[in-house]
Design a protein. Structure first.
Length: 125
């Protein structure tokens, strides 16, 4: 890892504020980021539904959105229930039609698997 990157990591780790309600994970300097660091983040054990929804909202690349939607299929129904309004909102507001369709298919699949979620999804549309 270049010296400049190590300095930036140290500065970041020193700047991060730790609160009682948020657990902050320091960047590990021993394991340098590889060329697909975003993919590495998505596969990290600390990547959770909150982070997933944040990236789903901010990313427009179909490949990234496809990977995130695939991760949604592995998410528990209880976790999805909280984010159902946001998922419906993303279907409507995504600029990419392909990304919007992926989210629509996920919501339809989830609705078929769990009818209660399907009824709540209809309410948001």
């Amino acid at each position: 890892m270049p010296c400049q990157d190590q300095e930036e990591i140290k500065e970041f780790n020193e700047r991060v504020l730790r609160s009682e309600s948020t657990q902050v994970i320091a960047i590990n300097e021993k394991h340098p980021a590889k060329d697909g660091s975003l993919l590495g983040l998505f596969k990290c054990q600390y990547f959770n539904i909150h982070m997933l929804m944040t990236y789903l909202e901010t990313r427009e690349q179909p490949g990234v959105v496809a990977h995130l939607v695939n991760k949604l299929y592995d998410t528990s129904t209880e976790s999805l229930d909280l984010y159902l309004p946001q998922l419906c909102y993303l279907v409507i507001t995504k600029d990419s039609e392909e990304c919007s369709r992926m989210l629509q298919k996920f919501i339809l699949w989830t609705s078929m698997e769990n009818p209660n979620i399907g009824l709540r999804a209809l309410h948001y549309f």
